[in-house]
Structure formats: structure tokens, C-alpha cells
Design a protein around this ligand. Structure first.
Ligand code: UT7
Length: 352
């Protein structure tokens, strides 16, 4: 695959477009801490297995039967991102909402967030379904709208509530121990100069392995979409299922490709990089990728130990946390990279 394929940056022939930058960040996770040992009440598993294979120690889940959807977590994250940007909900012209766990089957979660947050009636609200790569796709979409001059203030959100849709029996343990709930948000505005801007985004997908990580129901190809009368006969097909080793193998190939693509596109080297913030699917994947690419441990931000895999929310939560902890600051070169269901993968290079 050519290094420019899927790149959303300017071509040599295009007129110079303005760039975008992240003006504000925010994140939110629910208060219930579920430790590895807590999972033993539902399934045959162990703290040792989970830590060894994934690095995860605990994750946050929403309270059971409290009616909390992803848009509720997104609301808290978005309020923080707006405050950080010095803006209000009324200033937002577009929301790009990434999730694989929407509040309801339809409409998309973005309109629920719009209503709760107070984003003006008539704003553009777009839901996207690119799973673990959702936030990078979302950033890229926001970037395009800002570059063309169509919008000046775009809210990009990644939010997930996985915990209400997991198979907590021993049958589902390979997947269920991985996932956590949470949300992260970023406010994008036009960049004043190249010292603080989104440099490029790189988006990819390959549907050949779509069934290697998926949840089959609800499904428009079945009548009805959720065959309620037959839930017992669904054989777990309403829960996320994964061919873990297959996904792992593709992840450790595609992530370095996407990172190198972003660096090459901008003439940057790994030495220029202040921090790599990869999607948090498995600590072993990120360690493997860093080692293979020769990126030192202290240049890779991992927080899967405390939050598990929060899919579309993982990168904005990590980015917000890394910046709040003072490890990255204005002007630092930061690379975001993700791989997940679809398969989809991608990267973004930015000067914070
Ligand atoms: O965010 C989207 C992208 N996702 C990823 O990138 C995830 C990629 N895949 C992975 O991270 C790993 O494949 C997993 C962590 C999900 C699984 O690790 P694995 O080394 O591939 O384990 P496995 O599924 O092959 O299972 C190995 C053994 C099996 O037992 P036997 O058949 O060897 O006796 C499983 O039944 O481990 C058993 N096992 C568990 N044991 C305790 C699977 N899950 C568990 C568990 N607790 N939770």
C-alpha cells in the first residue's frame, strides 16, 4: 500500500488549505472499578491470566440497570473539553461521535449528546462506526471540515458502554475481561500556525476480516433485527466475539505501518516524537509494537492497566490523561495510532 493512500493531508497540487488544531480535551470514566478478581463472580478466570496476557488490572463499568448510555459519559467528557477550550456548547457547529456501542439501535448517539449538552439546534451531527479507530477517523473528518472552511468549531467524541453487552459467562471470558466503559472528547478549531496543528491523518480498512471481531445482533439481515423470542437460541451471537490471535497478528502489523506512514508523510523521525499514544487493546500489543519499532517505553502512553479497552474512547482518554499528567504539552509532536474491528486502522500526527 502506497504511503499516501488514505492520507488526508494536502496534495502537492491542491491550494494551501488552513489546518486545524485541538483546542480542548476532556475525558470521563464511570466510578465503578471492576478488578480482575471481581470478574470471578461471573466466570472462570484469574487475575494472573488477565494481567499476563493483556496487562489489564481493572476497568470502569457503568452501574447496572441505571440507564446510563455512552452519550451520558460523552456528556461529561465533552463539558470538560469545552471548558478546556474556553468554549461553550452553543459555539459547536458540528459533532462527530464515534462509538460501537450506541445508546440505541437508531438514531445515532450524537443527537442525544447534542440535546443533553445543548449544542445548537441545526448543527451537523455525525455518528461514525469505526470501532477502535473511530476517534482517529473522527479527527480526520473534523479536520477536513475545518480545512475547507465549512466549520470553525467541531466536537469529536469517542464513547463506549461495553459492560451492558458482554457475555459474562466463561464462554465469553476471552473478550469480556478486556472491555471497559468511558468517553473522551476533543474540540477542534482552525490553527493559527504550524507550531500547533493536526499535521496529517491516515485512514485504512480491510473488510476481509470483518467477522474476526464482531457482534452479529442486532442485524437488519435477520427478521426481526433482535429475535427476542429466540434469545436463548442466539448462542451468544448478540455478544462481541473475537478470533483473538488473528486480531493480534494483524494489529502488530498494521499499527507500525500506520505510525511510519504518518512520520514519513511529515518528514519526521521517531526521534522527533514526544509521545506515541496507541489504542489500548492489549498492553502486549503496544509493547510488541514499540519494541519492534525501537520506540523507548517512556515515549509510549499506556493506561489499559486501569481502564481496559474502551474502544473509540481509548485514544482521547489516553491523550487527555497524558497531557494532564504533564508528559506532553504545547507544540509537542504526538502520534496517535489505532487498529480494531472491521478491520480498520489509522494514525494521526499532530503538534499539540
Ligand atoms: O480493540 C480491538 C482489537 N483487539 C485486539 O487487538 C485483541 C487482540 N487479541 C488479544 O489480545 C489476545 O488474543 C487475547 C488477550 C484476547 C487472548 O489471548 P490469547 O493468548 O490469544 O488466548 P486464547 O484466546 O488463545 O486462549 C488461551 C487459553 C484458552 O485455554 P486452552 O484452550 O489453552 O485451555 C482459553 O480458554 O486461555 C483461556 N482463556 C482464559 N483463561 C482465563 C481465554 N480467556 C481467558 C480468561 N481467563 N479471561
Amino acid at each position: 500500500m502506497g504511503s499516501d493512500q488514505g492520507a488526508s493531508d494536502m496534495t502537492d497540487h491542491a491550494p494551501a488549505l488552513r489546518r486545524s488544531r485541538i483546542a480542548g480535551l476532556g475525558s470521563h470514566v464511570p466510578p465503578w472499578v471492576v478488578k480482575n478478581d471481581d470478574l470471578k463472580q461471573w466466570m472462570d478466570t484469574s487475575d494472573e491470566w488477565i494481567r499476563e496476557r493483556t496487562g489489564i488490572v481493572e476497568r470502569r463499568w457503568v452501574e447496572r440497570d441505571a440507564g446510563v448510555g455512552g452519550s451520558d459519559l460523552a456528556l461529561s467528557a465533552s463539558k470538560k473539553a469545552l471548558a478546556d477550550a474556553g468554549l461553550e456548547a452553543k459555539d459547536i457547529q458540528m459533532v462527530v461521535y464515534a462509538t460501537l456501542s450506541p445508546d440505541v439501535h437508531f438514531p445515532g448517539s450524537g443527537v442525544f449528546l447534542q440535546r443533553k449538552l445543548g449544542v445548537p439546534v441545526g448543527a451537523a451531527i455525525l455518528d461514525i462506526r469505526q470501532q477502535c479507530t473511530g476517534f482517529i477517523y473522527g479527527l480526520s473528518i473534523a479536520d477536513q471540515f475545518i480545512k475547507t472552511g465549512m466549520y470553525d468549531r467541531v466536537l469529536v467524541v469517542g464513547a463506549e458502554v461495553h459492560s451492558t453487552g458482554l457475555d459474562l459467562s466463561t464462554t465469553g471470558r476471552d473478550v469480556s475481561v478486556l472491555f471497559g466503559d468511558g468517553a473522551g472528547a476533543a474540540v477542534l478549531v482552525p490553527a493559527e500556525d504550524e507550531r500547533r496543528c493536526l499535521l496529517s491523518t491516515h485512514l485504512h480498512a480491510d473488510g476481509a476480516n470483518a467477522e474476526d471481531l464482531w457482534a452479529e445482533f442486532p442485524a437488519s439481515r435477520h427478521h426481526p433485527h433482535v429475535p427476542v423470542a429466540m434469545t436463548g437460541a442466539l448462542e451468544g451471537r448478540q455478544f462481541p466475539r473475537m478470533k483473538g490471535k488473528q486480531v493480534f497478528k494483524h494489529a502488530v502489523t498494521r499499527l507500525p505501518e500506520a505510525i511510519f506512514e504518518a512520520m514519513a508523510r511529515n518528514g519526521a523521525t521517531l526521534a522527533d516524537l514526544k509521545m506515541l499514544i496507541p489504542h489500548q487493546a492489549n498492553l502486549r500489543i503496544n509493547e510488541f509494537v514499540a519494541k519492534m519499532m525501537g520506540i523507548p517505553e517512556d515515549k509510549v502512553w499506556n493506561n489499559i492497566q486501569r481502564f481496559g479497552n474502551t474502544t473509540a474512547a481509548s485514544i482521547p482518554i489516553a491523550l487527555d490523561e497524558c497531557r494532564s499528567a504533564g508528559h506532553i504539552g504545547p507544540g509537542d509532536l504526538v502520534c496517535l495510532a489505532a487498529f480494531g474491528a472491521g478491520f480498520t486502522w489509522g494514525s494521526a500526527l499532530l503538534r499539540l
